[in-house]
Design a protein around this ligand. Structure first.
Ligand code: NAD
Length: 488
């Protein structure tokens, strides 16, 4: 496996690497706008075959009951990814525009390592729990609660952290005994297709257990949400698409697991080291060009120190030049596509129209005439009612908002349709706890603490999603519960 300029990838259906009925579609390098190569373009008939294969593998084989085989195959996949980690790194930088620095963590090496957690959880999980005997309605009964796989899982994923999101679905779904059809974003087909290549060459995964269907057409992925043979849809992407997924899944009452958008707040309390906190907020908002669902993009600071906070954030973000993702020093790479850059640019224009001003950035970098880059940008002069403070921009853009004390900071943070994540900074070790407890979000970073870890559940409140990924709750999303009552 290499990242040759003429690389092409295939579908992975029923254990075979296959071309797509729809021909091929190009995958681009967002840092250079060059075509890297092509991916197989699936049509509806290809998706139908993949779903049929997954259904057969679930219904007609022992996969869902053979925990030892599942654990073995997941460990093989993990090892294969580790053995090809440098090829995977090249693909991730080229196709997703992910900075090299981040591939050592959540963009690649972290999620590969975390496949162990899924395998280990399956190995030690209490699949059958004996509730003992009782006599409900006078009938002596032994009660057992059994956990088992949901069935066929349709996994639909975005492009921003392709390995993290693909593996955080495939790992626990397979470990729990499901079969999977993965439909990745059209922008990052190779990051998913390589899993099929590695599975075919280096694992004993039975045919049909894992299927990977790349397509330029969103409608092909939508088939997973409608097909009665699919028991569950595990979706990560925008809230708008999440609503469509949920609505489509309602017709067949599928289990739906949603990881959606965010507009998370970074709260600086009035006793905090303002310069250090704002520098961290600026750095975080610039990472991977701000293309992370849980990135804190509203910096909420004490009103009396608003100007200092804007200056500190701008000092950090103006020092971060968007650059070549393969450069070890780059933290802010390109946006994924022209469409995304146009979208971010439209929000920057809106910020000005709403009365905001740029303390830094606000445009495409003059030194980059190729690639979908935007300068890290600090927007000042707006409050939390502005559209740029309320909507997900998905670019390296930080809006600074004033608060009037801890209660007001909590109110502002929670005044959002989203509820994915948040950060609290304070010099007091106890004070941020009360703030963290009141935030209506799925993860909170206090004074720089890191919640991203294989054993920590991640997910959203409100319109940021339903369910949790990672940790034991992330494994249990892929389980059904059955109670068996045996008269004794
Ligand atoms: P998107 O919603 O446009 O697309 C996500 C996936 O859904 C893609 O594979 C796409 O092909 C597919 N899709 C599109 N329309 C569909 C439909 N009608 N039915 C079924 N599938 C459909 O999102 P994106 O632009 O690829 O990714 C960015 C978004 O993802 C942001 O909103 C970001 O916040 C969110 N995200 C959330 C998390 C999280 O864990 N909460 C993580 C990463 C990204």
């Amino acid at each position: 496996m290499t990242i040759a300029a003429d690389r092409s990838s295939e579908l992975f259906i029923d254990g075979h690497l296959l071309p797509g009925n729809g021909g091929r579609f190009p995958t681009l390098n967002p840092a250079t706008e060059e075509v890297l190569g092509t991916a197989a373009d699936a049509d509806a008939a290809d998706m139908d075959r993949a779903i049929a294969a997954a259904r057969r593998a679930f219904d007609d084989t022992d996969w869902s009951r053979d925990t030892a085989l599942r654990v073995h195959c997941i460990r093989q996949l993990r090892q294969a990814m580790r053995d090809h980690i440098e090829d995977l790194r090249e693909i991730t930088m080229a196709e997703a525009g992910a900075p090299r620095m981040l591939t050592a963590a959540a963009q690649l090496e972290g999620p590969v390592a975390d496949l162990s957690f899924a395998a280990d959880t399956a190995e030690s999980y209490p699949w059958r729990v004996d509730l003992g005997e009782a006599a409900p309605m006078g009938i002596r009964t032994r009660r057992t609660v059994v956990r088992e796989a949901v069935g066929v899982v349709g996994a639909i994923t975005p492009w921003n952290f392709p390995h993290q999101i693909n593996l955080a679905k495939i790992g626990p779904a397979l470990a729990a005994g499901n079969t999977v059809v993965l439909k990745p974003a059209p922008d990052t087909p190779w990051c998913a297709a390589v899993l099929g290549e590695l599975a075919a060459e280096h694992t004993d995964l039975p045919p049909g257990v894992l299927n990977i269907v790349t397509s330029a057409d969103h409608a092909v992925g939508a088939l997973l949400t409608e097909d009665p043979r699919v028991d569950m849809v595990s979706f990560t992407g925008s809230t708008a698409t999440g609503r469509a997924v949920m609505a489509a899944a309602a017709a067949t009452v599928k289990k739906v697991f949603l990881e959606l958008g965010g507009k998370s707040a970074f709260l600086v309390l009035d006793d905090a080291d303002l310069a250090a906190a704002c520098a961290m907020a600026g750095f975080t908002a610039s990472m991977h060009a701000g293309q992370g669902c849980a990135i804190t993009t509203r910096l909420v600071v004490p009103r009396a120190r608003y100007d200092d906070a804007v200056a500190a954030a701008a000092a950090t973000m103006s020092g971060i030049r968007p650059g070549d993702p393969t450069n070890p020093g780059t933290i802010c790479g390109p946006l994924i596509s022209q469409r995304q850059r146009d979208r971010v640019q439209a929000y920057l224009d809106l910020a000005v129209a709403e009365g905001g001003r740029f303390a830094c950035g606000g445009r495409q970098p003059a030194e980059r005439d190729r690639g979908y880059f935007i300068e890290p940008t600090v927007i000042a002069g707006l409050d939390n009612t502005s559209q740029v403070a309320r909507e997900e921009i998905f670019g390296p853009v930080l809006t600074v908002i004033a608060h009037d004390g801890d209660d007001d900071a909590v109110r502002i943070a929670n005044d959002s349709p989203y509820g994915l994540s948040g950060t609290v900074f304070s010099a007091d070790p106890r004070r941020p706890q009360s703030v963290a407890d009141r935030l209506r979000v799925g993860t909170v970073n206090v004074n720089g603490g890191v919640w991203y870890s294989a054993d920590v559940p991640f997910g959203g409140y409100k319109q940021s999603g339903i369910g949790r990924e990672m940790g034991v709750p992330g494994f249990e999303e892929y389980l059904q519960i059955k109670a068996i009552a045996t008269a004794v």
